[in-house]
Design a protein around this ligand. Structure first.
Ligand code: UDP
Length: 416
């Protein structure tokens, strides 16, 4: 696997580390469990780690020197792709021929390295976009920076070069075909998973609130994830302000945790959300917390009345699936993979658009009907059980097998 711009060893929830990191870690572990050994190449961002680290039995992370450890933004990495590829080739040269059976690249930067490596090694290239420039640009938050044309060009090249493209949902598969002219026969849909051992209802909401020091009877709408305009945490804050305008008595029993750190275009104004909370006059009810490990994140999910995900674009939305697996309903924008992750009216609510009033109306329902979170939460936990990583890994392995079989067929027919 190739993950050039972000390491599976990084803490997700801030900077460049998010769902893709979780995806790679979980997928690699489950693949290893079914005897598919995985090596993950990533760019070294510290000198403190050895060149290779065992993440789990059968999963090795290889650190490649390509540019300085610190101070390079993701946008500057296209200039380091040759250096990165050189490092990958050096690692490969130390092995017997045929060491790698297949290349699975994640995100377009890795796709470019994978393109060359797969061709040089004579193996298939399987690529997962995770996000796509054209899709993001079509749904930008007001004032957010669009993805550059160079990324669109790069993605288009990978769509052509890859033997198989893995999409998170049927919708994403259609986006690949519609926006990038992908051959539909090359696109496979594999839903990402949820670590169902880690994300489970456990002893429930009350116990989690006690552990986190949250009031037992409060309305707790939670935001968790990378803080940037694309994720629209501002919509949650505006909705809370609107709700409190309408129901001032609620102020004494509402807590709004925001768990995560600045990322992407949100880095330009790292304090932006705190300032917005102050401007809206709700700083007293919002609690900002830095990103936490997933064990603790599971407690935040359990403690919440509802997880709120008003994103402008979302390839899948792992936090929505994780929260549901913990027995917490989700209030989400009806974009990207979220209608797959959330069953509207059953495991949560999907809202069209980003009008805070619409989100405030749903939050009002959770405030007025104390049993709603519990009731929907049970349905949410049932719904989330569909998304195990074991299933995702088995489906991915099938994609690998098909890609390898097709390559062998092609080789045979070119020899006759
Ligand atoms: N996450 C985490 N700690 C945090 C916040 C988020 O480990 O404090 C993880 C979360 O469990 C999820 C991922 O970050 O798996 C975010 O994935 P998602 O698909 O929701 O968003 P992305 O980052 O891919 O845009």
């Amino acid at each position: 696997m190739l993950s050039v711009h972000t390491s599976p060893l990084h803490q997700p929830g801030t900077g460049d580390a998010g769902g893709m990191n979780v995806y790679i870690v979980e997928l690699a572990k489950r693949l290893a469990a079914i005897n598919i050994e995985v090596e993950i190449f990533t760019r070294a961002t510290t000198g403190a780690l050895p060149p290779a680290v065992e993440l789990a039995p059968g999963v090795l992370v290889r650190h490649i020197d390509a540019g300085p450890y610190e101070g390079l933004a993701k946008e500057e990495l296209p200039a380091q792709l040759c250096a990165f590829t050189h490092g990958v080739m050096q690692a490969w040269a130390g092995h017997r021929p045929g060491h790698y059976d297949l290349v699975h690249s994640h995100y377009w930067l890795s796709g470019h390295v994978g393109w060359l490596a797969a061709e040089r090694w004579g193996v298939p290239l399987v690529h997962a976009m995770h996000t796509m420039a054209k899709v993001k640009n079509a749904a930008l938050a007001a004032g957010d920076t669009p993805e550059p044309d160079t990324r669109v060009i790069g993605e288009t090249q990978i769509v052509r070069a890859a033997d198989r493209l893995i999409a998170n949902t049927e919708g994403e598969a259609q986006e690949l075909v519609h926006h990038y002219d992908a051959d539909p026969g090359k696109v496979a849909v594999v839903h990402p998973g949820v670590n169902l051992d880690r994300f489970r209802p456990a002893e429930g909401r009350a116990a989690a609130r006690e552990r986190l020091g949250l009031p037992a009877d409060a309305l707790v709408p939670l935001f968790a994830g990378r803080i940037q305009p694309l994720k629209a945490p501002d919509v949650l804050l505006r909705a809370v302000a609107e709700l409190l305008d309408r129901q001032p008595a609620l102020r004494s029993r509402i807590v709004v945790p925001v768990v995560g750190g600045p990322s992407g275009s949100g880095m330009a104004k790292p304090e932006g959300l705190q300032k917005l909370a102050a401007r809206l006059g709700i700083a007293d009810v919002v609690r900002f917390r830095p990103p936490v490990g997933q064990e603790q994140l599971a407690d935040w999910y359990r403690a919440a009345s509802v997880l709120v995900m008003p994103s402008h674009s979302e390839s899948f939305g792992l936090v929505a699936a994780e929260a549901q697996a913990c027995g917490t309903p989700v209030l989400a924008a009806s974009v990207g993979g979220l209608p797959v992750a959330v069953r509207d009216g059953e495991s949560g609510f999907l809202v069209d658009g980003h009008d805070p009033a619409d989100y405030a109306a749903v939050l009002g329902r959770f405030a007025d009907e104390p049993g709603l979170a519990g009731r929907m939460g049970e349905a949410a936990a049932r719904h989330a059980r569909r998304f195990g990583w074991g299933t995702a890994a088995a489906a991915t392995a099938e994609v690998y097998t098909e890609a390898m079989a097709e390559r062998r067929r092609r080789l045979r027919s070119s020899h006759v």
